[in-house]
Design a protein around this ligand. Structure first.
Ligand code: ZN
Length: 90
């Protein structure tokens, strides 16, 4: 499955400004996808921006693998070319 290019997802300001690739993706309990940089404090400290998923999948086609995330789970990479690792939100 792939994200529709126009599907709205949330990104942190660093991903929004292309200052960082995406290292963390969270699907919140309401079903929305959120994407973050490698700063572990970013999810708590930054204000999300809404973008079309096509902007993200153009830069990193592996983002499409994250359509499998269930509400209340997350995926992360340890470096830019690593595989996604999955887990559940606490
Ligand atoms: Zn960030």
């Amino acid at each position: 499955m792939e994200f529709n290019d126009n599907y709205g997802v949330y990104v942190c300001p660093h991903v929004f400004k292309k200052e960082s690739p995406i290292f963390v993706s969270i699907r919140d309990p309401y079903g929305d996808w959120q994407f973050f940089c490698d700063d572990e404090n970013c999810p708590e400290n930054s204000k999300p921006h809404l973008v079309g998923a096509g902007h993200l999948t153009q830069a990193d086609p592996t983002i499409n693998e994250l359509t499998c995330l269930k509400p209340g789970s997350f995926a992360q990479k340890i470096h830019a070319n690593a595989n996604w690792e999955y887990g559940d939100l606490e």
